[in-house]
Design a protein around this ligand. Structure first.
Ligand SMILES: NC(=O)c1ccc[n+]([C@@H]2O[C@H](COP(=O)([O-])OP(=O)(O)OC[C@H]3O[C@@H](n4cnc5c(N)ncnc54)[C@H](O)[C@@H]3O)[C@@H](O)[C@H]2O)c1
Length: 441
């Protein structure tokens, strides 16, 4: 059944708390693509295609031609940051894109000034900025964010708005009673409960207004019962957590292959060095803990040691992140994987990924924003598990384990698009048309 999908008419506002390396690389990228100075490489919504029907039908439309997505020309950007730099200055500071490219879109980027942030240093120890809101309670701050969203939407004449958290990783917070219901959460906002982090205040404001929300960092943010309940009430699509880039991307590509061939793994040691502001924030143990928890779950789900104790029961999985300023945004990761095969014979795999973190993250921001806007127009609300493809630590219903295998995630994403467009789902069984082909011979 084809679902009712409202058309992508008018302008789409993409609002980001955190205008740092990822957000500015994303905004600059879209502006450069609009001017045909570059291509949207890495973005499934812009470059990916999917198969429809039987293999014999040869139907492989581009995703953007198959589902009604907002056009890049209709996007308007905005955001908040505790630093006053406009997006051009912040992009120059981040040093991801070359100055020559940034100069050619300077006018568009300089026009985007950050709104004052909801920020509290006790959640991100290593940052200090002045562009920060004040208010007696966290509830007042949430109302100010709602006002910001409303003003942005009116000033820019947007028919729809989505929000993607691109702010720093906050300190580790565990789910607590204050996060349990909308009532306890709102009481906590009014009581300035320390277990309500700034990212939750933005998420609350967005979801309260029906603005789709995605969380690109490993913070809990909207992954708490109160905000899931609110999302259902306001019919808002949400998703998280933590953009799947770099080392975890590699892990979720490689591990399913090893597991598929029943190869055993004794150990997987992953280390990273990075020197951007994200690296500085993660240099603090409380912020690193949030990231570590997000990265650790991946192998457990893919390898299922409980089903295969002789292959994965003794797996030692270790992750390290080290702040190393000379590398800037050029993160370098090493993986040492100790595997074993036939009769227990040992082998090793070494991966040295010289990656550019924000170059991998920017297309994810674009796809998440466009797909969440599609989900809202298709009347889908609550946790959008079909967007797990983009996350290190996908948010799921509480009774479900997250699915990390990137190939299963892709199949789920593509089948969801087929489903909402009323096309047949693809199982890759193919027996029916094999029979037809054989009979035709
Ligand atoms: N770069 C990647 O590949 C990648 C991958 C996965 C997740 N992430 C996450 O995405 C986020 C952004 O990464 P980045 O490399 O752009 O980091 P960054 O440090 O360059 O940018 C983050 C920005 O957020 C701002 N900020 C922090 N708290 C804020 C708040 N409460 N309100 C408004 N602004 C706030 C900071 O001032 C900074 O400018 C981080 O949490 C990072 O862990 C990044």
């Amino acid at each position: 059944m084809k679902e009712e999908i409202l058309p992508a008419e008018g302008k789409l506002g993409i609002l980001m708390p955190g205008l740092g390396a990822v957000a500015t690389t994303f905004i600059a990228g879209v502006e450069a693509i609009k001017k045909e100075l570059a291509s949207p490489i890495g973005s499934l919504t812009q470059m990916g295609s999917l198969r429809l029907g039987k293999r014999t039908e040869n139907r492989y439309p581009k995703i953007k031609d198959f589902v009604p997505l907002a056009s890049l020309n209709d996007i308007v950007f905005g955001g908040w940051d505790l630093y006053k730099d406009n997006v051009y200055e912040a992009a120059m500071h981040a040093k991801v894109l070359d100055a020559h490219l940034l100069l050619s879109i300077k006018e568009e980027l300089s026009a985007i000034e950050p709104m004052t942030a909801v920020f509290d240093k006790s959640y991100v120890y290593n940052l200090d900025g002045e562009n920060v809101k004040t208010g007696a309670t966290k509830y007042d701050l949430a109302l100010q964010v709602m006002e910001d969203i409303k003003n942005f939407q009116e000033t820019n004449n947007c028919s729809r708005v989505v929000m993607v958290w691109c702010g720093s990783t906050e300190k580790y917070i565990q789910e607590a009673p204050v996060h349990a219901t909308i009532e306890s959460f709102e009481a906590g906002l009014k009581d300035n409960d320390p277990l309500i982090a700034p990212s939750m205040i933005y998420a609350y404001a967005a979801i309260h207004m029906g603005v789709p929300f995605a969380n690109g960092a490993p913070n809990l943010t909207c992954d708490i019962p109160a905000l899931v309940e609110l999302a259902k009430e306001t019919k808002t699509p949400i998703g998280g957590k933590d953009f799947k880039t770099g080392q975890t991307l590699m892990k979720t590509i490689l591990a399913p292959g090893l597991q598929a061939r029943a190869l055993g793994i004794h150990g997987w040691f992953s280390t990273n060095i990075l020197g951007n502001r994200d690296g500085l924030v993660l240099d603090h143990p409380d912020n690193f803990k949030t990231k570590e928890v997000s990265k650790l779950g991946v192998l457990e789900d893919i390898l299922q040691p409980n089903l295969n104790p002789e292959l994965y029961g003794d797996l030692y999985h270790k992750i390290r992140i080290n702040y190393y300023p000379p590398h800037g945004d050029n993160k370098e990761s090493w993986d040492n994987i100790d595997i074993f095969g036939w009769l227990g014979y040992k082998m090793q795999i070494k991966i040295n990924f010289l990656c550019k973190d924000s170059i991998l993250a920017a297309p994810i921001v674009l796809d998440l924003a466009l797909f969440l806007d599609l989900a809202k127009r298709a009347q889908m609300s609550g946790i959008q598990e079909w967007l797990s493809f983009y996350f290190k630590s996908p948010q799921t219903a509480p009774e479900l384990d997250a699915m990390h295998d990137i190939f299963k995630q892709l199949m789920k994403l593509q089948n969801t698009l087929r489903h909402i467009m009323g096309e047949d789902l693809i199982t890759h069984l193919g027996l029916d048309y094999y029979q037809e082909l054989v009979e035709a011979l």
